[in-house]
Ligand binder design. Sequence first.
Ligand SMILES: Nc1ncnc2c1ncn2[C@@H]1O[C@H](COP(=O)(O)OP(=O)(O)OP(=O)(O)O)[C@@H](O)[C@H]1O
Ligand SMILES: [Mg+2]
Length: 301
Amino acid sequence: MIDTPAIVTRDLAKRYGALQALAGLNMTIPRGAIFGFLGPNGAGKTTSVKLLLGLARPTSGSAEILGQPIGERASRRRVGYLPELFRYQPWLTAREVLLLHCELAGVDRAAWSREIEDALAVVGLQDRGSSRVGTFSKGMQQRLGLGVALLGDPELVLLDEPTSALDPVGRHDVREIIRGLRDRGVTVFLNSHLLSEVEQVCDRVAVVDRGKVIAEGTLDELLRSDTVRMRVSGLPRGAKDQLAPFGAIDEDGDWLVVRGVDADRVPDLVAHVVGLGGRVHAVEPRHETLEDRFLRLLSGD
Ligand SMILES: Nc1ncnc2c1ncn2[C@@H]1O[C@H](COP(=O)(O)OP(=O)(O)OP(=O)(O)O)[C@@H](O)[C@H]1O
Ligand SMILES: [Mg+2]
């Protein structure tokens, strides 16, 4: 069983009335991967997760998680899930919420107390276990949600925007938790539009737009590393057009951004800028960020 991928989808599609929320999703996510699923609002990320969990039924296509067709209860038990928008019953304490979910997830009763204390500790709520959820800040509620997703040692964890409510420290903590899951061989499916975050933890990403995957691969495969940023002053008007043979030129404040330059042509580029009357204060080779790539993809480039 362990040699089956964590997730396989085949032309998985979902239509809500006239609206095609997901238009034929094909992907294979290997076990142990930290997979980032990116896309703008309404792209179909949450829909995908709900289909994988059997919380919504596909209009067509099929999928398997952990070697079982989606919707089977047996596989659901081995999957942790942090929903995108959720509210736990405000009158319950954090411990009671976790207890309830231990029961729902079918965690062995003898392990409940250890599971609950571990979950509280992992998400940094060990001192708040007896507080009512209604008194929690939204970041604390999100931490609790992550704790719920981790109960019962799942093999696959689906996180739908796990850090949308978190402060920078909380985001850092979540990255550490995700890295810890990777070390234990757990597969993580991470829905996000926080690209820098995805960049920091994911091995592979897919970009989805209007229900279709428009790019997929490892970060190395997706991100160009042929961009150079130069801080230049004194360049006469119009001079930058003469740099076009080196690559696509953009401006970012005082910086000239040149995309598509071969590393060996950088000295020529600098000489050229100087020849045109520019004063070069800094030259930085740069990996394209996931954000640049994302915006390029969505602009149809
Ligand atoms: N229950 C539903 N009934 C009707 N339409 C729906 C339903 N759920 C989602 N949709 C539509 O499907 C599309 C995809 O929505 P989805 O929630 O999957 O987007 P998303 O990528 O998760 O967006 P976000 O980044 O805003 O969370 C949207 O156009 C949405 O309006
Ligand atoms: Mg969503």
